[in-house]
Design a protein around this ligand. Structure first.
Ligand code: AMP
Ligand code: MG
Length: 483
């Protein structure tokens, strides 16, 4: 099925521990991503055989399963030893276009890093990650992908009984900020340097010739993470657990545990049950991203100054540049959402003013932007209908009209805005309902929701309920880690 390479194990053997998946009682394919399989160049027609391979029932030919080591700052506190406690890297698949992808099991049983936990995943957690990651990919947000979910036939105990499953995850790599923290904490500078070269070669090969490679890596990751978090903020995504072990070097979104899309816009929005102080609140994500990049810099700094002492200052200036980099990415994406094809200096203020005036409006984030495009033909009323206090947004809308007046005429403006502003995202109440049904064996709601969020910009007949906010009285949405 796969044609595996194992460059990580070859280059950095001390970062990996060989380990086998637990054998499940009765594997059954629940979701299969045929389009992704084709993009990866997989040959795999037999669903029963695929379910056996992608659940741990049979060794995947050519795979060399390993659990990888990493450390991480969790809610601000350093844990020197985390690692793949419920995941196994099978190997790397080279796609027909030449790009290299990690193929990883999630939920395949205990590893040396599981501590006291079972290393398994519930069917609903695996399906949640599948749905969220495929939605993010369709929204053009860099992300790990999901190839398959196979139910194991085993029951898991998580306060109540749940069916178990294995997710097959596809990632540009699983290198994290926490991988560098682990190297620095346990193996010192030489290991950090080897990891740096591996990461640069894999993700930023154009920077391999840099004078100071660890500094070049730090810059590349700052840029990739600034771009990523700017995209999250423009689709209303709350990651929920931005610990440094969940921050990739590639700049892909990873670990869809407690994440959720905003219903009502609020910078303070938190969904995760364990984030009581709002560390990972929607509006705090750029701040935390920068904090995480400081942790990467700490892990790299010895290697950076070993090349040139003066680059200590260069690293500091680089980290100082994060806010400007982030704002540049954020406003570039927001311009498309607002129908602006040219840039002006005061666009950033226009964008910030919109977000400031939306606070407290009970505005559904996704619907609001579609209402803005509709308002170009139908007037302010369609926007006002989305707000509790329309008069408070009216001056901003007038400023936006004035700004549009400085744009070249474009008869396709509304259509272009509607390719930047999705209609369908995995709304919390719909996702929950689909996952509850799936655990009871009814896959229809999941499949319908998945089909819509996989083509999120194109309006479909008869699917209006997928564009509506949760009914009044729906309890506040709460998400959980590690289920
Ligand atoms: P996460 O919150 O998913 O990023 O996980 C944080 C750490 O806990 C990682 O080292 C995971 O491997 C580990 N972990 C989470 N859930 C489990 C589980 N069910 N069994 C073993 N380890 C787990
Ligand atoms: Mg994680």
């Amino acid at each position: 099925m796969f044609d595996f390479d194992h460059s990580l194990v070859r280059a950095l053997p001390e970062f990996t521990v060989a380990c086998q998946a637990a054998v499940p009682p009765s594997p059954r394919m629940v979701v299969w991503n045929a389009a992704l399989a084709e993009a990866l160049g997989l040959s795999c027609a037999d669903e029963v055989q695929n379910a056996r391979w992608l659940s741990g029932a049979e060794h995947v030919p050519g795979s060399q399963p390993v659990a990888t080591a990493y450390a991480g700052h969790q809610f601000g506190h350093f844990n020197p030893q985390l690692g793949d406690g419920r995941a196994l890297l099978l190997g790397e698949q080279i796609a027909p276009d030449g790009s290299r992808f990690d193929i990883q099991f999630k939920g395949s049983g205990p590893t040396p890093f599981s501590r006291s936990a079972d290393g398994k995943s519930t069917l609903s957690a695996a399906l949640r990650e599948y749905l969220m990651s495929e939605a993010m990919a369709a929204l053009d947000v860099p992300t790990t992908r999901s190839l398959a979910v196979v139910a194991t036939g085993e029951g898991l105990w998580r306060e109540v009984a749940h069916p178990g499953a294995v997710l097959t995850r596809v990632a540009a790599s699983h290198l994290r900020v926490g991988t560098f923290e682990w190297a620095a904490a346990h193996h010192g500078r030489a290991a950090v340097e080897r990891l740096t070269d591996y990461a640069l070669g894999r993700h930023f090969p154009e920077r391999m010739g840099a004078r100071n490679r660890p500094l070049a890596l730090l810059e590349a990751v700052c840029e990739a993470q600034a771009a990523l978090v700017a995209k999250w903020m423009n689709v209303g995504f709350v990651h929920g657990v931005m610990n440094t072990d969940n921050v990739t070097i590639s700049g892909e979104t990873i670990d869809y545990g407690p994440c959720a899309f905003l219903d009502h816009f609020s910078q303070a929005q938190v969904f995760s049950s364990i984030d009581q102080n709002g560390r990972y609140a929607f509006g705090n994500q750029p701040v935390v991203c920068r904090w995480n990049l400081y942790r990467l810099a700490s892990a790299l700094i010895e290697a950076i100054v070993a090349v040139d002492e003066a680059d200590n200052e260069a690293a500091r200036l680089l980290l100082d540049s994060f806010a400007a980099r982030y704002e540049g990415h954020w406003i570039a994406a927001l311009r498309s959402k607002l129908g602006l094809s040219t840039s002006r200096d005061d666009d950033l203020t226009l964008g910030q003013e919109l977000f400031a005036r939306l606070e407290g409006q009970q505005a559904d984030f996704t619907r609001l932007f579609r209402a803005l495009s509709a308002s170009l033909a139908d007037g302010f009323g369609v926007v006002g209908a989305e707000l509790t206090d329309p008069a408070a947004l009216r001056p901003w809308w007038d400023d936006w009209q004035a700004r549009l007046g400085r744009e070249p005429d474009d008869p396709a403006r509304v259509a272009k805005m509607d390719t930047a502003n999705p209609l369908y995202v995995p709304r919390n109440h719909l996702t929950d309902a689909a996952l509850v049904a799936a655990e009871l064996g009814e896959m229809g709601p999941f499949e319908e929701l998945l089909a819509l969020v996989s083509a999120p910009f194109k309006q479909r007949e008869g699917m209006d309920r997928y564009t509506r906010s949760a009914p009044v009285g729906t309890p506040a949405h709460v998400t959980y880690c590690g289920t």
